[in-house]
Design a protein around this ligand. Structure first.
Ligand SMILES: Cc1cc2nc3c(=O)[nH]c(=O)nc-3n(C[C@H](O)[C@H](O)[C@H](O)COP(=O)(O)OP(=O)(O)OC[C@H]3O[C@@H](n4cnc5c(N)ncnc54)[C@H](O)[C@@H]3O)c2cc1C
Length: 452
């Protein structure tokens, strides 16, 4: 039996709406898929791949046997937010599946989605408040996945937890970055209600460091958790950057999500009928592609300075490492031109951007095929026409001049990540401590706070 790839709604249908692109696989399909699991004696999926240490083989067996209640008990043993990871996790567990050595890995993420949705539908997901209060309080700054995970972990140990969030609602990039067509935002509301029933308090619309002092919070509480993400997006400071029509990716993505969830009356950017260029070949860029396509863009092109990765796992990342290889997202399949080895030199236009001048670059590679350094190819310049440009080139970390950083006296690594101060019970978790990463890593990080 083979792994199925039939997991998406049809392109013609899904590009006309903002609902999740993935369909829900049936019980029967998932029983068949999970029965491919070999229940390895040394389960790399669980022990190496999944940052949460999910009990993947046992869970697979429960699904294969149709025992959804047991599957839910196993899944929720380590995972507090499976409804999020089962939609948007790149499935590190699948990349380290032993089956992946000779054929395709076992499907895990989609079965987790069915487990958690079956659990919600049957009323098995209930608030789990602590049996007794421990009399101590913690302030969590930031309500992204890392902050939510820290909040639920401390609360279940009996801490009185208040989460402070500068935006209007909770979720961090789950709500304000990742598009609705990957993660429906009602799932965050559903989980927030459970956390509140467990006793977690949310204070939204308050920026710590500006609206209230972080120092004051530290004095008022027995512990402080800093989970503020990586707020600074990498910009592209080349000539013409000032031209209208050039935006950071999150201006598009956050605006669209805020519009779709009713926070604002209209999306701030409309790509309808436009030639759209996305600079940056990663996931954020791919989310811009899917968003522009749903707006009805005339054309969508995504460019990347790095070379095209190989179609198969590169020798530089042997199993069970996360493979360096070409990734084609559901958004790419909806209709976009992808180009590699292109360095952006300047934006072209007078009163509005009209295109980007690029030059081709040639990469020197390591013996295992990893790109090392590049040089511009001669006579390779061209202008790619565009009336909307989105910059999706990652994040630069935590700016040192954020008031919160000074108020808490936090140290930063050379790459500007925040460092916990255990002696003062100030814990930094998620992207702000690791650099921009993944939801599952942020969730795992929130569970690691060494407090009873
Ligand atoms: C467009 C996009 C798509 C992505 N897609 C995926 C994906 O498909 N799968 C995946 O695994 N990962 C994805 N990621 C990465 C993932 O979203 C992050 O790794 C994860 O959200 C980090 O969680 P966090 O809690 O550390 O930070 P965040 O999610 O950034 O949350 C930080 C929170 O802190 C709040 N905050 C900041 N400063 C303050 C302050 N001073 N006071 C109060 N609140 C404050 C912010 O408003 C925010 O709500 C994506 C990222 C982006 C940008």
């Amino acid at each position: 039996m083979q792994r199925t790839h039939d997991i998406y709604r049809p392109i013609d249908e899904r590009t006309c709406d903002w609902r999740e692109v993935e369909r829900m696989l049936s019980d029967a399909e998932l029983q068949e898929q999970t029965s491919r699991c070999m229940n390895c004696g040394q389960p790399f999926c669980h022990a190496y791949g999944c940052p949460l240490g999910n009990l993947v083989p046992d869970q697979n067996r429960a699904v294969a046997q149709g025992d959804w209640r047991r599957a839910f008990a196993l899944l929720s043993a380590n995972s507090d937010f499976p409804e999020f990871t089962s939609r948007i996790c790149p499935a590190l567990c699948e990349a380290s599946c032993v089956h992946g050595l000779d054929e395709e890995s076992v499907m895990v993420r989609q079965s987790e989605k069915r487990i958690i949705e079956t659990a919600f539908a049957n009323g098995w997901v209930t608030p789990r408040p602590p049996e007794k209060e421990n009399g101590k309080s913690a302030a969590v700054i930031g309500a992204g996945p890392a902050g939510l995970s820290a909040a639920v972990t401390l609360r279940r140990k009996g801490w009185a937890v208040t989460v402070y969030e500068k935006r209007a609602n909770v979720g961090g990039l789950l709500r304000y970055g990742i598009p609705c067509f990957k993660l429906d935002k009602s799932l965050i509301d559903r989980r927030r209600a459970i956390l509140e029933a467990e006793g977690v308090r949310f204070v939204t619309g308050i920026e710590v460091g500006k609206d209230i002092s972080a120092e004051w919070l530290a004095k008022q509480n027995d512990a402080v958790v800093v989970a503020i993400g990586t707020p600074a997006a990498r910009d592209l400071k080349i000539p013409g950057r000032h031209l209208p029509g050039i935006h950071l990716a999150l201006e598009l993505l956050e605006g669209q999500n805020r519009f779709l969830t009713g926070e604002i009356a209209a999306p701030p950017i409309d790509a309808k009928g436009k030639d759209v260029l996305v600079i940056g070949g990663g996931d954020t860029g791919s989310d811009c592609v899917g968003t522009a396509i749903r707006h009805g863009a005339k054309s969508v092109t995504q460019i990347e300075i790095m070379p095209r990765p190989p179609d198969e796992r590169s020798d530089s990342t042997p199993w069970p490492l996360w493979p360096y290889m070409l990734r084609t997202s559901s958004s790419h399949k909806e209709g976009c031109v992808r180009r590699w080895n292109l360095n952006s030199v300047r934006f072209v236009g007078e009163n509005h951007v009209q295109g980007v001048e690029v030059e081709r670059v040639v990469w020197t590679q390591s013996p295992e095929g990893r790109p090392l350094k590049f040089a511009a190819a001669t006579d390779s310049r061209e202008v790619i026409p565009a009336d909307l440009v989105f910059l999706a080139m990652g994040f630069t970390g935590v700016p040192a001049d954020m008031p919160l950083v000074a108020q808490l006296g936090l140290k930063q690594t050379p790459r500007t990540a925040l460092v916990s101060d255990l002696s003062r019970k100030i814990f930094c978790v998620g992207d702000c401590a690791s650099g921009a990463s993944l939801v599952v890593r942020a969730l795992a990080s929130g569970k690691t706070i060494p407090l009873d």
